[in-house]
Design a binder for this molecule. Sequence first.
Ligand SMILES: [Zn+2]
Ligand SMILES: [Zn+2]
Length: 428
Amino acid sequence: MPAPRKKGKLPRNYILVAAKKVFPEMVRLRRNIHSQPELSFREFKTTRLVLGELKKLGIVGRVTKAKTGVIATINGSGKGRTIAIRADMDALPIQETTGLSFASKRKGVMHACGHDSHIAVLLGLAKILTEYNRRHGLPGNIRLIFQPGEESGSRTYGPGSSFMVNEGAMKGVSAVLGFHFISEYKLGRVHVRKGIRDQAISFIKFSISSDGGHGASNSEIPDIVAISAKIRADIDRIYNPQKPSKLRAVSLRCDHGQVSGTDRFNVMPTGITHTLAFRASVPEKERTRIFKKLLTNIRGAYLKNGKPWKQKGLRFRITSIEYGLPATENDPKLAELAKEVAKEHPDVNAIYSRQTVGSEDFSGYTHSKLGRIPGLYISIGTSSKELIKRHGGRKPDHHESSFDIDERAMRIAVSLLAETCIRYLNKR
Ligand SMILES: [Zn+2]
Ligand SMILES: [Zn+2]
């Protein structure tokens, strides 16, 4: 049964005070989650913890069919719009070396990207907004998305964000917020950008193979290492599918390669695979056009009528094409709203807006089978003198075994997000 509302004016700094009040609880939760990290799509214990914390607030969370990940809603007046906020939940296969009192108790697994604190912030936000709803009444609804598998998708379920969309996380949602703590930025700095923020990413995997042979036998056995280096350089040359003005927006890199068939000096290798990562900070339509052109160019150069190219015992084959995540594109109105909130925040002293070089699976919420949904992804700085001192004079970076944050960033994050949600729901 919904709690009775006590309408009336709340103090202007209500959210800031509420964030301060919930801060010790967020710290406790973050440390607890940090000590029990779980890998992508195996966040079972974390899921149970989230469910339990939501239950304390009277919120019934729904667990996905993967038994990891939770979808929940704080129902406001019922007539207004619904805004979703997503926190990712997974850890990484890294052996922690921080020496913190709440360091990982699981060998070889660590929350080295800060997702432990993302979960704590979303739970803190649930607490603040539930209380706000009880006292003042929310003019709309809040969807809470605790997402598994951001670092790595699942073979069965795909990327975490698309999986949550398929599970109904975005049903009835008119805007979605995402956030990430960033060690590169000092505490008090936030990143809010209008338009494209993170890169779209696609992969093309190709292989070059031969029958191999004795390393000393004769010069007719193809040297596939040299040939593959040439093909790789050729692809860079034929890769010019766009106007020069757009060149900086798109990049092609060899993410990784693998040589098979030999680890000996006298046995010629029989296969080499390359994975090309194609990154683009352009709108989705533009990315599709450029990527298709690139594929056509590669096929034209290395396939004969769409079939693998063969020559003197050599074979070239495109083994897979993965049309990955779209670019994270921030809705201008949502970005403006969050900027307005950040500017008024007493603990925010700088707002950045530059484009990033990475990719984020958050774009799975804004570009899905449901069509385009306005979204905003923001970053919040976590570095401070105290943190650097604690780590022997250096700033611990994401995906490092010494990764850590200044926990005060959680207080800034929760107040920014809560205020943005309320103002969004109040806008007609
Ligand atoms: Zn990460
Ligand atoms: Zn991350």
